[in-house]
Design a protein around this ligand. Structure first.
Ligand code: AMP
Length: 139
């Protein structure tokens, strides 16, 4: 299973703007298969737990506020080399630096409201998928 999955979140602003389907389409075209998915509004406590490695940073409070402000789509994607390929598909954290055609280049507003999350390593993908999904919820 290592290297075969990554955890993504379509963030509140992208959901509000109606970008769920266009983003999922880009992921489908790039060969990602949905293994688990849910539409949820996260609590501040859940967001703080999810982003705990950023606790104390200047943007942490704002990030928690934003990510808990409305619904998000949490998705477990499966594909060979999933983490690296997904990060290539979404582009740089800052949309002004994201390569043309990447999801953040097309759908993000700012470094914070950057449309999607993607796991940064296989270890993170495992921790993040366990954070959101039970084994029963994965296909
Ligand atoms: P990362 O774990 O690198 O994906 O960062 C988590 C999220 O925090 C990013 O997707 C951004 O939404 C946000 N973020 C990271 N760095 C900054 C920053 N310098 N300013 C504002 N938001 C940031």
């Amino acid at each position: 299973m290592e290297g075969n999955f990554t955890l993504s979140i379509i963030k509140p602003r992208a959901v509000q703007k109606g970008f769920i389907i266009p983003i999922l389409e880009k992921c489908h075209e790039a060969g990602f298969r949905i293994s688990a998915m849910k539409l949820v509004q996260l609590t501040k406590k859940q967001v703080a737990g999810f982003y705990k490695e950023h606790e104390g940073k200047s943007f942490f409070e704002s990030l928690v506020e934003f990510m808990s402000s409305d619904r998000v789509v949490v998705i477990l994607f499966e594909k060979d080399n999933a983490v690296a390929d997904f990060r290539k598909l979404i582009g740089a954290t800052d949309p002004s630096e994201a390569a043309p055609g990447t999801i953040r280049n097309l759908y993000a507003e700012s470094k914070e409201k950057n449309a999607v999350h993607g796991s940064d390593s296989d270890e993170s993908a495992l921790r993040e998928s366990d954070f959101f999904f039970s084994k029963m919820e994965r296909f």
